[in-house]
Design a protein around this ligand. Structure first.
Ligand code: HGY
Ligand code: MN
Ligand code: MN
Ligand code: MN
Length: 427
């Protein structure tokens, strides 16, 4: 606990949840889609404005702010042992199209409020504390999930790929990053974290599932993060006139994509486990005219499981189906690209203990659980002992405008995070 006072670790200093809610609402206004939805895409005008908002709040919290070449933002509270590995916390503020205003945001604004709470309660860190806002956790613009944290974790292939990759509007990552004031140094291996930079990493996040709310539990203590993977597939056919080309002469790229989407569902359901999931969230046909047989199709597949082997079997079956569908339909399989096929991550025992003791001191109900969503923690776990704190969200809704977490649940999450940070900073 903070000052040896078992009963009330924060001297009844309160979380300023009125101000925190105001900040969540203000941040949600930096959006390319109308309220209550939020759309905030990497390096867009609204993303840059939102970054300025976060850096300002970090400054007001007395944090010294620095940014790396891709725009990961670090706010540091120097401890009495400044050379010791620091304790870090954080999350993301980018938002997929037409989503909500709590995913990621609770773990950035909540972390800054946790710092304010600790300062107000007279705490002094031994290990420095750092709040990190990770660049582009969502795959929206360049198809790469957890771009900022994946780079921090030392992905050499990503550091190279970023100098070549372009988005759907043919804007290169380099140009987009430079337009936002980043990538002055194009050697992104400078972003890699040195070993022992952090002694622990903890992320506060909404559950993005219904368990905590259904069971009336205040805090989720994450023990593992599921293994995510994403695949891009392109089919090509001859296309042609919707009236003139008779059915036996067709090789319809659109139908190939539709059949593969159903094959994804089939292979996932065949896995024999409820923990295997598969989604086709992007499905496009070209030229997209009602009276033109699709000559090209593009689909993107997201498949995950807490068991990596089971997930990889699903990927193999999807690939086999793509080949057999293209053969049977006389459609060309132009591309089958596994964009990422990541292992799961386990939370560290000592961090789980620190989170559990924080919830006990605060008298909050809690339960251990896995995270089916991925997070920056999935990659930070490669560089430091990791843990995640979940708070309930309304009906488990996420990645849609109805996403909601109550000020009380958010305040509980902030208090557990603050107390966990003190435990980890003082040890
Ligand atoms: O998709 C995910 O799991 C995360 O919310 N981006
Ligand atoms: Mn998300
Ligand atoms: Mn998230
Ligand atoms: Mn015509």
């Amino acid at each position: 606990n903070v000052n040896g006072n078992e009963k009330d670790p924060f001297h009844s200093t309160m979380v300023d949840f009125v101000n925190l809610q105001k900040q969540i609402d203000q941040l949600s206004a930096f959006s390319d889609s109308p309220a209550p939805s939020v759309t905030r895409i990497l390096y867009s005008h609204n993303d840059v404005a939102a970054r300025r908002f976060i850096k300002d709040l970090m400054g007001r919290a007395g944090l010294s702010v620095r940014e790396d070449a891709v725009g990961n933002i670090f706010g540091r509270w120097e401890g009495s042992e400044p050379d010791a590995p620091a304790v870090a916390t954080g999350s993301h503020i980018d938002a997929i199209p037409y989503s909500g205003k709590y995913d990621g945001v609770v773990g950035v604004l909540g972390a800054i409020e946790a710092i304010n709470l600790l300062r107000r309660s007279g705490f002094r860190p031994k290990r420095s504390l750092e709040v990190i806002m990770f660049t582009s956790e969502e795959p929206t613009r360049y198809g790469i999930s957890c771009l900022g944290s994946r780079l921090l974790a030392g992905s050499v292939s990503l550091a190279k790929a970023l100098t070549q990759t372009v988005d759907n509007d043919n804007i290169s990552f380099l140009d987009a990053a430079k337009s936002a004031g980043y990538a002055k140094n194009e050697d992104f291996s400078n972003v890699f974290l040195d070993e022992k930079t952090y002694s622990a990493f903890v992320e506060l996040h909404i559950e993005q599932g219904p368990i905590l709310e259904n069971e009336g539990v205040s805090i989720g203590i994450v023990t593992a993060i599921a293994a995510p993977a994403s695949i891009k597939v392109d089919f090509g056919g001859n296309g042609g006139h919707a009236g003139a080309v008779l059915m036996p002469q067709r090789n319809d790229a659109g139908l190939a994509a539709a059949e593969l989407a159903l094959a994804v569902e089939k292979h996932v359901l065949e896995s024999g486990s409820i923990d295997t999931v598969g989604t086709v969230g992007i499905m496009e046909v070209h030229p997209g005219a009602i009276n033109s047989i699709p000559s090209k199709s593009h689909i993107e597949i997201d498949t995950r499981d807490i068991d990596e082997k089971r997930r990889n079997t699903v990927i193999e079956k999807i690939q086999e189906s793509a080949v057999s569908i293209s053969k049977r339909r006389g459609v060309e399989l132009l591309e089958f690209k596994i964009v990422n096929q990541d292992p799961p991550a386990l939370s560290d025992e000592s961090v789980v203990k620190a989170m559990e003791s924080a919830t006990q001191v605060l008298g909050l109900s809690h339960k251990k659980m896995i995270s089916r969503a991925y997070h920056d923690s999935l990659f930070m776990a490669r560089k430091a002992p990791m843990g995640m704190i979940f708070i309930p969200c309304y009906k488990g809704y996420s990645h849609k405008p109805e996403e909601y977490a109550s000020p009380e649940d958010i305040a509980n999450g902030v208090k557990v995070l603050a107390l966990t940070l003190t435990n980890l900073s003082l040890n």
